[in-house]
Design a protein around this ligand. Structure first.
Ligand code: PMP
Length: 354
């Protein structure tokens, strides 16, 4: 390897995604996908694309989807940016809005892609430890003329911040760009989209991968005032990113328009989560309070490593992070169907009696 390449490779620490196993007989609770399929209206929209328009290029502005997102949140279309998954939206956000003279802030224990984007785009960052309850303490976040990003609910803890707390953070950081990553907000947390009209420095990012069951389609979006949205568009255009394809535009539009299906799916996931938390507590687990489609839990007597491996041996996969040490005994468990949840509980019972 040449010196040049080895220097680059040395500097970049890539994001390590959760495993997408080849085996099909697994109870897959490791990457926070939705256990339910997308709305039937999505499937109809995809079929219509195949029948009518696949030979034609897609609309480079995704206007149909932008309009549908704007309508859903009751904001002007000029407040909406769409991209290929919220990971792409976040990539453009880091490039366009989070490079400042001083390090940006994000929690220590959060979405592990944030430091990767910082490495890629040469952005300095400073992390702020979660408090003893694994919560973000907003009074720790003060940054004049800089950037702040955090997920709400946080990942992988699943803990949510009340709207009033986020507003408190916004009040003391009016000169910084504040990005709230709401990938998991629809499972019981409070969205800040309603604050965008009052805070020109607030950008909210969302994904269609979780609550709308479209992880395979790769669609995400951001909501913010026009100067922020224009900055994202400029980066997207300058870097010649792919526009959304016809499936993504039509499928995501149908998903966002089917509010009843979305609400029902979220309700089912939340009900399964509540039941699973009770079962795990009964088995001796400490479970952080979750408002996401996953939970973060540790058992007082068994290591995270051991539990993850024993579950895997029983064809159940959950996410385990060996670093940092503070969370190495936790398992991050995606909420599946009731049947999957029951399989998990039975397997844990079996593991814990041995
Ligand atoms: N933000 C957070 C906090 C996430 O956990 C994820 C999913 N791994 C994403 C954003 C990205 O989601 P997607 O690219 O599927 O939209």
């Amino acid at each position: 390897m040449s010196k040049f390449w080895s220097a680059i490779v040395h500097e970049l620490t890539p994001y390590v995604p959760g495993e997408q196993p080849k085996l099909t007989n697994l109870v897959k609770l490791n990457t926070n996908e939705n256990p339910y399929g997308p709305s039937p209206k999505v499937l109809a929209a995809l079929e219509a694309e195949v029948a009518d328009s696949l030979r034609l290029y897609p609309d480079p502005t995704s206007a149909k989807l932008v309009q549908a997102v704007a309508k859903f949140y009751n904001v002007p279309a000029t407040h909406v940016f769409v991209g290929n998954g919220s990971d792409e939206v976040l990539a453009h956000t880091f490039q366009a809005l989070l490079k400042h003279d001083q390090p940006i802030l994000f929690p220590d224990i959060t979405y592990s892609f944030y430091p990767v984007y910082c490495g890629l785009y040469g952005i300095e960052y400073q992390t702020i430890a979660l408090n003893d309850e694994f919560q973000i303490d907003v009074s720790d976040y003060k940054r004049p003329n800089g950037g702040i990003i955090f997920p709400n609910p946080n990942a992988p803890t699943g803990c949510g911040l009340p709207l009033a707390e986020i507003e408190r953070l916004l009040e003391v950081n009016t000169e910084s760009v504040v990005v709230v990553d709401e990938a998991y907000v629809d499972f019981g947390a409070e969205s800040v989209v309603g604050l965008v009209a009052r805070y020109p420095n607030l950008l909210v990012t969302h994904t269609m991968s979780k609550a709308r069951s479209l992880a395979g389609l790769r669609v995400g979006y951001a909501i913010g005032q026009p100067p922020l949205i224009e900055a994202l568009t400029r980066v997207k255009d300058s870097f010649n990113s792919y526009p959304l394809d016809r499936f993504a535009i039509s499928g995501a539009t149908a998903a966002i328009e089917d509010k009843a299906y979305f609400e029902e799916t979220c309700r089912k996931v939340v009900a399964t989560r509540q039941a699973l938390v009770r079962e795990l507590q009964a088995l001796g687990f400490f479970v952080l309070p979750s408002v996401a489609n996953f939970i973060f839990a540790r058992h007082g007597k068994r290591s995270g490593d051991e539990l993850a491996a024993s579950l895997r041996a029983r064809n159940i996969i959950v996410r385990h992070f060996s670093k940092p040490a503070r969370i190495s005994d936790f398992l991050r468990i995606t909420i599946g169907t009731d049947v999957q949840s029951q399989a998990l509980v039975e397997a844990l019972k079996d593991i814990l009696i041995h």
